[in-house]
Every structure is written in C-alpha cells, then in structure tokens.
Write a protein that binds this ligand. Structure first.
Ligand code: DCB
Length: 331
C-alpha cells in the first residue's frame, strides 16, 4: 500500500516536471510530442569514418518514418502527424518527393511548397529531416539532372544553415542508373548543395534500387560528409544484402538505411517479422540510421497506419497496422 502511494506520488511529480520542462520528458505513445533525442540535443551532424556523429563527436543513430509520395499523402506530414511519431521515440522523418508518377517534374511549384510545409513541420518537432529526391520509375538519376540541380539550389538556399536537414539526392537508381552515371550525377548536384549548405550530410543512392553499396565502396565520391543509401524489404532481401552492407562498411563506406520495409519489395505482402528482426539487430550492431517505408494509411502491408487513420490527434495503437506496431516499437 505504502509503496503504491509512493509510486503514485512519483508519477504525479513526473507529470508536473513534464509540464514545467516540456521537451525534457518524452511524450507517451498516442500523444503528440517533440523528439527527445533530436536536434536540440545533437546539433549539426557529420560523418566520421563510417559513423554518423553529433556536434560533440558522439555517435548518433537516427530512426523514424518515411512519408509515402508527397503528391498522394501530404496529410501525414503535418506537424501533429510527424509529432505523433516523435512521441513513440522517432527522431527522424523522411519526406519522399517523387520526381515521376505525378511528382515534382509535373508539379514543381505546388510540390515544392508542400515539401517546405512538411520539412518545416519536422523541424517544429525537433527532428532531423531527409529531403528525398525520390527517383524510381526514372531509374537513371541523370534523366532529371537539370531539374535536380535547380531544386537543390532552391532548397539548400532555404535550409542551408538549418542543422535538421539531410539531403538525399537520388532515392533508388535502377536500370540505366549504374554507378558511373550516379557518380556523374552526384558530382553535378553535390557542389550545388554545398555552396549553400557546406556542413550538411548528403545521402547518395546506389545501383539496383539502392542495394549495391559494395559497388559504391569500390569508387566512393571525393567529398566529406556523405553517406550511401542501402534500402531493403524484409520479404525480399535477406542475408545476402546484409553481406553487401558488411563488405561496404569493411571498406570504410558510411551507410544509411534511408528506406526499408517489413513487406516485400513491391510494398505489399508480409509482414516479415523474423527477417525484419535480423535486419534490426544488424542495424543496431552497426549503428545504422534508418527510415521505414511508409507513414500513410494506404491499404498495403508496408503502410504503418490502418486505412482512415487520422494522426492529427496522435496515433493510438489501434490506428497502427501490423507493420506500424512492429516498427514503432523499434524507434
Ligand atoms: C521502393 C521505392 C518506393 C516503393 C517501395 C516499395 O521501390 F522507393 O517508392 O513504394 O520501395 O516498392 C511503392 C509504394 C506503392 C506505390 C509504388 C509506386 O509502396 O504504394 O504504388 O511505390 O509508386 C522498390 C524497391 C525495391 C525493389 C523494387 C522497387 N526491388 N520498385 O528490389 O526490386 O520497383 O518500386
């Protein structure tokens, strides 16, 4: 009994402390909060060897959700929607802006405005945020290189002195998008970003839907503060892809898992929890940062929310899909 009273009083004290010092106590799941291990705590990030480090030089690991395509699901990128992931422990959000499929190439000014709203929303929640130039059906990043340069010039001018922002210059090269072409594209785009954002971390996609990090490790780009993307889907990619990541890390290549799913590579089928468990422990072991595909309510198994879920007032457990329940417990 006395113990219960004590626990009760301590609970009340914690609640009072949370009110007096917002941000120092992370919100409970279901609330809307700010990241508790985010930008205020870590500041500017940089890459040391294969590791992402904070402003104090300590290793830092980022976890969170990726949006689905901004042209389809902007409603899941508001400040409240992103804050709901922070209350489960996320300190990262990825804004996926498709180039094709009705994306940026066809709707430049409206999607750029939407991207700014989404990035500002993540910043308001003390989170790191990835601006993802989401190439996919346009497998070769050089296809829209001119548009990419113009885009990154604008966004880096806007966010160049903001420590929250990470630039991802090409989501998933595939087909014609081999490493030579990606390198050539990166050499055109990275200097454009660096002119305005000299200190920001930049992510570079790798061939075969961002799987061939081992090939990138054979001839990495000559710039500091870069990381290379490895993407996996637990229902399709297993030990053989982890071996490629391991080989790349062993060669000194910094790797960032800027997109992964519990489903098959199509975005549907699964949830493949056992293989996802192997990936999660691999990523923990190597301190790899990650963003999960995807934060939306689409009726496909990789979506973290059930159809019609509304994150504006927080995300309750019953609004999380099977994949969402799995992923939100791993932040
Ligand atoms: C990646 C893409 C991402 C895609 C997911 C799942 O594609 F980066 O945009 O998302 O992984 O496939 C899916 C959505 C669907 C949507 C579709 C097209 O979940 O709702 O209809 O994009 O916009 C990958 C990843 C890996 C592989 C192939 C693809 N792979 N791919 O290993 O073969 O072809 O989309």
């Amino acid at each position: 009994m006395i113990r219960n009273v004590r626990a009760y009083l301590i609970g009340i004290l914690i609640m009072i402390a949370a009110c007096i010092m917002p941000g120092t106590v992370s919100a409970a799941p279901g609330d809307i909060g700010n990241a508790s291990d985010g930008v205020a705590e870590n500041g500017w990030l940089s890459v040391k060897g294969t590791t992402l480090v904070n402003e104090q030089g300590q290793p830092v690991v980022l976890h969170g959700m990726s949006s689905h395509g901004l042209q389809w699901y902007p409603q899941f990128t508001t400040s409240n929607a992103i804050g709901a992931t922070a209350s489960y422990g996320a300190n990262l959000f990825r804004v996926a802006m498709y180039t094709a499929e009705g994306g940026y190439i066809e709707n430049k000014s409206s999607l750029r405005k939407q991207l700014y709203r989404s990035v500002d929303a993540a910043i308001s929640r003390n989170m790191y945020v990835i601006i993802d130039w989401h190439i996919l059906s346009d497998g070769n990043p050089k296809k829209y290189q001119k548009e990419a340069k113009a885009f990154f010039k604008k966004v880096s001018r806007r966010y160049g002195n903001v420590p929250n922002v990470i630039y991802e210059i090409c989501n998933e090269p595939n087909g014609e998008g081999n490493w030579n072409r990606i390198r050539s594209y990166a050499k055109a785009v990275i200097p454009v970003i660096r002119r305005n954002a000299p200190s920001s971390v930049i992510l570079v996609g790798t061939p075969t839907w961002s799987q061939d990090v081992d090939i990138a490790a054979g001839s990495p780009l000559p710039y500091p503060n870069l990381m290379y993307s490895c993407h996996f889907y637990a229902g399709t990619h297993g030990e053989w892809l982890r071996q490629k990541v391991k080989a790349a890390l062993d060669k000194g290549l910094p790797v960032f898992v800027s997109e992964w799913g519990t489903s098959e590579a199509s975005g549907n089928g699964g949830v493949h929890e056992e293989e996802a468990d192997r990936w999660i422990s691999f990523m923990r072991q190597h301190q790899l940062s990650w963003a999960n595909w995807s934060y939306c309510d689409k009726d496909e198994s990789s979506a973290a929310l059930v159809p019609k879920a509304d994150p504006e007032d927080g995300i309750s457990r019953s609004e999380l899909s099977k994949s969402g329940r799995y992923v939100f417990s791993k932040f």
